[in-house]
Ligand binder design. Structure first.
Ligand code: SF4
Length: 371
């Protein structure tokens, strides 16, 4: 075999070795213009989108990173709660990414941070991200690559007491949103809608996160059903005033026609939903967004007008935190330089000379005083 052929085979072998299939798949928007990119563990046959296997390295020409403005990363393909109205039927397994998956995620984040004009980075949506064993590793990746990124974590809140969001919060700064599903103020109503979740534990975790991360936005997601819609004003007051939530999104429950028993149990007639929306709009205490009925489920958001001041204060705290970090980094750097200098050979050799110099300085000072 000629040398040229040998080199060719060798190169092909190397290329093959580098093109390792991951356990991830990717979905782009239908026009394939890459404005939207979604990465998730393979095997969740939920989405109607066409998912393609992801290889590592990405052969980065697979994506045009400069066009991506919305990135969604699912860390699992399953969920640890059981909501009565769940329409995304969680599948399968708690994903533990292999090394190649993590390398590929790291590489995508690296490219996104460098090249894209991201308007939204979302972690979790149809599946629960906080049960991923790699939640903290991936958080570190975000923290190393992003500053003030529009980052949002969507969770049912069940595992909020077991994880630390600090790396994500750092990467997102004042743009970070923690989006927690909380469907009632009353624990019995909540428990009747969501199985496998500890209401008090979630509420205490939200309170703790509010104290630990004053700069972030906490958003509640509330699916409106027959049970939880009777006293919305009390729910809103509780969320804003007692828990320090910034924003609430209300969505009308969607129940398939094939389940008339559930429709009867928790369904909410459309006119009741509309009446609730209209009455909240009349309330001067709140700012209420437009009704979004272009998608199912219909939704609208509510903000606390008074909270605007709190939000400004939080942003100030965030700035102070950032400045404090900058100064302590500078201080550490100066300390490091100083200790490097003191350990250097030159510093050690000149030590006796400096010692004598100091003595002479002192003697001079004493004699100046006596003159
Ligand atoms: S938290 Fe979401 S995914 Fe999990 S069961 Fe509830 S609705 Fe379904």
């Amino acid at each position: 075999m000629g040398a040229k052929n040998q080199i060719k085979i060798c190169l092909q072998g190397k290329l093959k070795a580098f093109m390792i299939k991951t356990n991830l798949e990717y979905i782009t928007d239908t026009n394939s213009n890459f404005e939207y990119l979604k990465i998730r563990p393979a095997g969740a046959s939920y989405a109607s989108d066409i998912a393609r296997p992801l290889k590592h390295p990405l052969c980065l020409n697979q994506f045009n990173f400069s066009e991506i403005n919305s990135f969604l990363l699912d860390l699992t393909t399953t969920c640890n709660a059981k909501c009565k109205f769940c329409y995304s039927s969680p599948y399968g397994r708690v994903s533990k990414f292999n090394n190649t998956d993590l390398l590929a995620i790291d590489e995508i984040l690296h490219e996104l941070a460098k090249h894209s004009l991201l308007k939204r980075i979302q972690i979790g949506c149809d599946f629960e991200p906080l049960i991923s064993k790699d939640f903290h590793i991936i958080g570190k990746m975000f923290q190393q690559k992003f500053v003030d990124a529009p980052l949002i974590i969507v969770t049912n809140g069940v595992n909020l007491d077991k994880i630390n969001i600090k790396d994500y919060a750092k990467a997102g700064g004042s743009k970070f949103i923690l989006y927690v599903s909380m469907h009632a103020k009353n624990s019995d109503i909540y428990k009747s809608l969501v199985k496998g979740a500890d209401f008090d534990l979630i509420i205490n975790s939200v309170k703790k996160i509010r104290t630990d991360f004053p700069e972030i936005t906490i958003q509640f997601d509330c699916v409106l059903t027959h049970q939880n819609s009777s006293d919305l004003t009390a729910y809103i007051q509780w969320a804003f005033c007692d828990l320090g939530v910034d924003l609430i999104e209300f969505r009308k429950v969607v129940i398939p026609d094939s389940n008339p028993a559930l429709q009867k149990e928790i369904g909410l007639p459309y006119h009741v939903f509309l009446n609730l929306y209209e009455s909240l709009k009349q309330n001067n205490l709140y700012e209420v967004g437009e009704l979004n009925n272009s998608i199912v489920p219909e939704s609208f958001w509510v903000k606390n007008r008074i909270n605007i001041r709190t939000k400004l204060l939080r942003e100030k705290i965030w700035q102070l935190k950032k400045n404090e970090e900058k100064f302590s980094n500078k201080f550490l750097e100066a300390e490091k330089k100083n200790s490097e200098l003191q350990n250097s050979t030159c510093w050690r050799i000149t030590k006796p000379i400096r010692f004598v110099g100091e003595k002479i300085k002192k003697l001079r000072n004493i004699s100046n005083v006596h003159k």
